[in-house]
Design a binder for this molecule. Structure first.
Ligand code: PHE
Length: 452
């Protein structure tokens, strides 16, 4: 079997479970723990959480279905899928936004994931089993502002990512996910229950679940919620189009999408229940910023008997969760270049992965020697994250939604999605035609200040 443009046979998932776990592996990652906790902290907690939930329900889930449907029908990468389904029309521009997002996101994602590897190794050697003399916070800050150390770890992480992508869909991506996802889920649940016994539990839960209504008047909170929903569900850049394209026709898409979206959201909420009680118990500012997870978690582990082992397991699993997400990001770009230039998978993974590693270096340096370089008051890493997650992903999602809603034949879209001609199928199309695009545009307009 070969796809329509490239000459190489198209791979497929070995099993339905393999596909669901790989898509879950893409969704569940640093976004659920590192990004979720700090963005929630910076945006005031519960109000943000409500907006994030609404974005998942009314925008994220329908767009996830749209991505799976496009990918499975077209059996091609992001750009190729639009070209197959709508030849000679400009929808494929959405595909290029996706490939660009993959480059930008993975560039800084590799930096953060490198930190998790560093913490893992330091739990392995015992260095972090008890608080370093300067304290966990200063320890963290010294590390991330260093000019070369974090880049070395970013490099190691990117090499691992390249390794998995190079082995290919079935053996590389599918197998790693099957093994590690369930273990991470269990550990997270155990840690969240432990965190609830800490002194900060009441305040932490109130911060997460009882909204400060005035926060709803801040337009940034809406943009942050929208961006987090896209980032966490791996939406808007074709990761799920690409994964859907390795799927055969026998699968049922809606069930897969519900379970992936609910599991991803559950992971984030459980991570919140793990982190916020600790934030208050150890007197850290909820708005501390991107390092929130890295400064609170070691404190938790330090207060548990044999916490060093728990920390070791935790950072191992976090790095692994980051790896399965990074793999899906790299796969988007690799799948495109393999088809476009007919390069081998091995060559493409190495070259593209290395370019992305280089692109990530400024994000790392921006926390240290390049911290004077700021864009709208943010350092390079935060600006990359903002640009990709809050602008490119929702924009890509807007294109995907309008493509399935307006650019494609309605009855074909409903049939290919496995919804068929059902009530829910019509609701889905209605959301893709009107609700999701209007909401995304409104959030954008309010963020640029048009409603002030
Ligand atoms: N969803 C991943 C996470 O939460 C990140 C990601 C974004 C992966 C976009 C693929 C595409 O960590």
């Amino acid at each position: 079997m070969s796809n329509h443009l490239g000459n190489q046979p198209r791979e497929q998932w070995a099993s339905r479970l393999g596909f669901i776990l790989a898509a879950m592996g893409s969704a569940v990652g640093l976004g659920n723990i590192w990004r979720f906790s700090y963005v929630t902290g910076e945006n005031g907690g519960a109000a943000f959480l409500i907006i994030y939930f609404l974005c998942i329900l009314f925008i994220g889930l329908p767009i996830m279905m749209a991505e799976f449907t496009i990918g499975r029908r077209a059996q091609s990468d992001v750009v190729g899928s639009f070209q197959t389904l709508a030849p000679k029309r400009p929808w494929f521009i959405g595909g290029f936004i996706g490939v660009a997002s993959a480059f930008i996101i993975l560039s800084f994602y590799g930096v953060i994931a490198g930190w998790t590897l560093y913490y893992f190794i330091n739990y392995l050697t015992g260095t972090l089993w008890s608080a370093p003399p300067e304290g966990y916070e200063t320890y963290f800050e010294n590390f991330i502002t260093h000019s070369t150390h974090p880049i070395l770890w970013q490099f190691i992480f990117m090499a691992l990512t390249i390794g998995v992508v190079l082995i290919g869909v079935k053996n590389g991506i599918e197998k790693t996910n099957k093994l590690l996802m369930p273990i991470l889920a269990i550990l997270l649940l155990v840690l969240a229950s432990y965190s609830l016994t800490l002194g900060g539990a009441r305040e932490g839960l109130a911060f997460l679940f009882s909204p400060d209504w005035s926060a709803f008047r801040e337009p940034e909170v809406y943009l942050a919620g929208l961006g987090q929903a896209f980032f966490s569900l791996s939406l808007g850049m074709g990761a799920l189009i690409t994964y859907g394209s390795y799927l055969s026709k026998e699968e049922k898409l809606p069930g897969a999408a519900y379970s992936i979206a609910s599991l991803d959201t559950l992971f984030a909420v459980v991570a919140g229940i793990m982190i916020f009680p600790a934030v208050f118990a150890f007197g850290i500012e909820p708005g501390y910023g991107a390092g929130l997870a890295f400064v609170t978690l070691p404190d938790i582990f330090d207060s548990i008997a044999y916490g060093g082992i728990v920390g070791l397991a935790f950072f191992f699993l976090l790095a692994a969760a980051g790896l399965s997400s990074a793999v899906s990001l790299l796969e988007v770009a690799v799948a495109y270049f393999i088809r476009k230039f007919d390069w081998t998978r091995k060559f493409t993974a190495i070259v593209i992965g290395f370019i992305i590693f280089l692109l990530g270096i400024p994000s790392s340096l921006g926390l240290g020697i390049w911290s004077h370089i700021t864009i709208f008051d943010s350092n390079i890493l935060d600006s990359m994250d903002f640009l990709a997650s809050n602008i490119f992903l929702p924009l890509g999602g807007l294109i995907i939604a309008t493509f399935v809603g307006w650019g494609w034949n309605k009855s074909e879209a409903m049939k290919e999605s496995d919804f068929g001609d059902t009530f829910i199928g019509h609701v889905w199309i209605f959301i893709l035609r009107f609700i999701a695009p209007i909401l995304i545009v409104l959030v954008f307009l309010s963020a640029i200040g048009l409603f002030n």
